[in-house]
Design a protein around this ligand. Structure first.
Ligand code: FAD
Length: 413
């Protein structure tokens, strides 16, 4: 069987794999990316957060992405029973990017892999990682091509960026049940023919139809819009018929959006992902690190997935480069603890979203503008900024502020 030697093998060419590859290649390391699919390929995760723009910039992918003129996302709108809560990323506690994009991921991810290949990064498409064996920290990975032919890659480090493929968590038995409630999702794209002119037509919106069930509307600059519901698994399963019929029925739950999407053909049969949240027992080990969805996924409600994917990728890539350069690295502190502290913050927000506490704060009529700026920074992905009380004291503060907001609302009548 043919064998190749590399410094770092990266599994998966999504945002996580691309950012890791971009960084490591720049350091002059021999990198190989192995990707199961041919790009462009569909993947969900279309609303980004400003924080991830730093990562694309740092690895030199930003200009190629900018050239594609994806829809600008300068904030987010949440709505519930006619109440509206708008977040504007230019009004946030933490300094940093004030905007990002709403992207069809097939196009977005391919833009990154094209740019990397143009720089000479080795990306092997339609090659699936089927097995990995470790001898100490040196790994031998078995890869299967479409024709069934197998080959191996020997690497000093593996970065597993395989997303929901979760290659190493499966092979090394690292999966752990998530603490986030069991939610599922159903979604598709539609070519819009009734898109309103101006801002209303392009703004990203989360329409809350009941405490745990919400609709996303993510307009793209190519005239298509992503629509999808998230809700408790049992509730989503209670809708009858095929996935088109289920989603059509669910669209009736949104008073605001029903007319805009009524009668439009779905670009593809709606897809369903069940029990979305994922977690792992450990995020690294001798000779490997897990990044992006392969490590952790919480819930789509605050669009944190791609940002965690790129934050973890660039952090892991920097540590791998240092270690291969002979420096000692404390993976527990510098990787696991660091990433988990951000995951923890978002985890609180996701949990408090579904208890209703965060919704109480969002839709509180007399909301405090300073609190809003602090929460806005979290929603922009700046969850490592400890100058933000809503980061530093996330466990306590969301509950406390929600409590005060409900008391104020009750006394207002
Ligand atoms: P991916 O982008 O999934 O890339 C992984 C790659 O690995 C794939 O291309 C795959 O083909 C490849 N691969 C898998 N197995 C193998 C193998 N054995 N060998 C080789 N290659 C392999 N995130 C957001 O930021 N915003 C959102 O609005 C958002 N909405 C979401 C809605 C839903 C319903 C869900 C479920 C998730 C959503 N996410 C969102 C999360 C987002 O999808 C992921 O966090 C993001 O795609 C993770 O990027 P990644 O690079 O880790 O993995």
């Amino acid at each position: 069987m043919q064998n190749e030697n590399v410094d770092v093998l990266i599994i998966g060419a999504g945002p996580s794999g691309s950012v890791a590859a971009g960084y490591l290649h720049k350091q002059g390391l021999k990198v190989k990316v192995v990707e199961k699919n041919k790009f462009p390929r569909f993947v969900i995760g279309e609303s980004l957060l400003p924080r991830c723009m730093h990562h694309f910039e740092e690895v030199g992918l930003l200009d190629s992405l900018k050239a594609k003129e994806f829809e600008i996302k300068a904030g987010a709108r949440f709505m519930r029973d006619g109440q509206i809560c708008n977040f504007d990323f230019s009004k946030k506690h933490t300094s940093g990017w004030n905007w990002t994009w709403q992207v069809p991921r097939a196009d977005f991810d391919k833009t990154m892999t094209d740019a990397l290949e143009a720089r000479g990064v080795d990306i092997a498409f339609e090659q699936e990682v089927v097995d990995v064996n470790f001898e100490g920290s040196i790994s031998t990975t078995t890869i299967k091509a479409l024709d069934g032919k197998q080959s191996t890659v020997t690497a000093k480090y593996i970065i597993d960026s395989s997303g929901f493929g979760r290659v190493l968590p499966r092979l090394l038995d690292l999966d752990k049940p998530s603490e986030i409630p069991k939610h599922s999702s159903i979604f598709t794209h539609v070519k819009e023919t009734k898109r309103p002119e101006g801002h209303e037509g392009t703004i990203i919106t989360f329409d809350i139809v009941s405490l745990e069930t919400w609709l996303w509307v993510i307009p793209f600059s190519n005239g298509y819009t992503s629509i999808g519901y998230v809700g408790p698994t049992a509730y989503l399963e209670s809708f009858e018929g095929n996935t088109t019929q289920k989603l059509q029925e669910m669209m009736k739950l949104s008073n605001y959006y029903f007319d805009r999407f009524d009668g439009l053909d779905y670009a593809f049969e709606p897809k369903v992902i069940k029990n979305i949240a994922k977690s792992v027992k450990q995020m690294y080990g001798a000779g490997y690190a897990l990044t992006g969805n392969s490590a952790e996924f919480l819930d789509p409600v605050f669009s944190s997935g791609v940002t965690f994917a790129t934050e973890s990728a660039i952090t892991a890539a920097k540590l791998v480069a240092r270690e291969l350069n002979g420096e000692s690295v404390d993976w527990e502190v510098e990787y696991s603890d660091y990433i988990k502290s951000g995951v923890d913050v978002f985890s609180t927000y996701v949990k408090e979203w579904y208890t209703g506490n965060l919704q109480t704060i969002f839709f509180h009529e007399k909301g405090n503008p300073e609190i809003k700026r602090q929460i806005c920074a979290v929603l922009a992905g700046y969850v490592w900024d400890e100058t933000n009380p809503f980061v530093k004291n996330h466990h306590r503060l969301v509950k406390t502020v929600a409590h005060i907001a409900s008391m104020e609302q009750e006394s207002a009548g």
